[in-house]
Design a protein around this ligand. Structure first.
Ligand SMILES: [Zn+2]
Length: 342
């Protein structure tokens, strides 16, 4: 049983989730045999009985919870939050808490355990994005779920405890401070400049070209001007009004899948096998007391973005104390390597 506790001083929430302590650590070390890891991997094809029953799957054949799938979605066995928990908040003296209500799902990206992302086919990338979109569209029908975090952890430094390629979706009844802050900045920029901040960044990056890695009719990929991570990449959708994955049509999915494919191929080429996180910057999906004032305006000031964060270095005391990162790789240099390979 988990709690979502409100920190009044920092105006932010923390999820206290003791169940997460019991997760198995299935990232193999150098000595572990790959065969041994594969035989006990709950996400491999043929091991469907090792997970809770599936919520969704893209299938070529077979019934639910049998082989024949291309992507598969199951509830996270080690949930940070539960959809069965009461949708209730309580005051506790100077504190507030929400019972641990929310959704926590695992998206198994591909049946192939050893499939590195640069080896995914265009169809595999599209299936992955379509599955994420489908879960977002389905879960936002639940009016209690406001904030949606869609992400992929890969490797130990990316926070993954399973080596099989997978993504996760966590949906909560409250919006965290960091997203509200970004929303307020993006909204204020739109009000004062007459165009969205994302469009401003997109136009400037395209004009200067120094940090661009790839670009087509659907999106552009670039190393952010103030990259916090070495070889950090941001992908932005071009279309006005495309605020989240849920707004992408089939050709938009195809365009984003192609760009992610190009970026991952370039990153693997430059970095070798590396750990990373991929984050989708999904805006709040419901009106509530936190979002009521600007909810209808979201498509005007927000834009779908995908952040790819290589986890090459750990943070030290300075980063933790100040909240500022030290990035040893110049973003223009990273972009040149990823774009040109030299
Ligand atoms: Zn596996």
């Amino acid at each position: 049983m988990s709690d979502i506790r409100y920190d009044r001083l920092h105006d932010d929430y923390v999820i206290i989730a003791p169940e997460r302590l019991h997760r198995p650590d299935c990232i193999p070390d150098q000595k572990t045999q790959k065969e041994e890891t594969l035989s006990r991997c709950p996400f491999c094809e043929g091991h469907e009985a090792m997970t809770p029953p599936e919520i969704f799957a893209l299938r070529d054949k077979g019934e639910a919870n049998t082989p024949g799938w291309r992507t598969r979605v199951v509830p996270n066995l080690y949930k940070a939050v539960r959809i069965e928990a009461p949708w209730q908040s309580h005051a506790r003296g100077p504190y507030d808490l929400w019972e641990g209500f929310g959704a926590h799902e695992v998206i198994v990206d591909t049946p192939r355990h050893l499939r590195r992302m640069d080896a995914w086919t265009p169809d595999e990338r599209r299936d992955w994005l379509k599955t994420l979109r489908s879960r977002l569209v389905d879960l936002r029908k639940d009016l209690r779920l406001v904030y949606f975090s869609l992400f992929k952890n890969h490797g130990r430094y990316g926070g993954a405890t399973q080596s099989h390629p997978h993504s996760q979706l966590i949906a909560l009844p409250v919006v965290p401070r960091s997203l509200l802050d970004r929303i307020h900045i993006a909204r204020h920029y739109r009000q004062t400049h007459g165009h969205s901040l994302f469009q401003g960044i997109l136009d400037y990056e395209e004009e200067s070209g120094d940090r661009i890695i790839a670009s087509d009719g659907h999106c552009i990929a670039f190393c952010p001007y103030a990259s916090q991570y070495a070889f950090e990449v941001q992908i932005l959708a071009r279309g006005e009004g495309i605020a989240s994955l849920a707004d992408l049509d089939e050709s938009g999915i195809e365009g984003l899948a192609d760009t992610i494919g190009k970026v991952m191929a370039a990153l693997y080429r430059e970095l070798g096998d590396f750990d990373f996180n991929i984050l989708f910057n999904t805006p709040p999906m419901q009106k509530n007391i936190q979002t009521d004032e600007w909810f209808e305006e979201i498509p005007q000031f927000w834009r779908l973005g995908v952040h790819i964060l290589p986890r090459l270095y750990n943070w030290g005391g300075f980063e933790l104390a100040s909240g500022m990162r030290i990035n040893p790789v110049v973003p223009e240099e990273a972009a040149r390597l990823l774009r040109d390979g030299k």
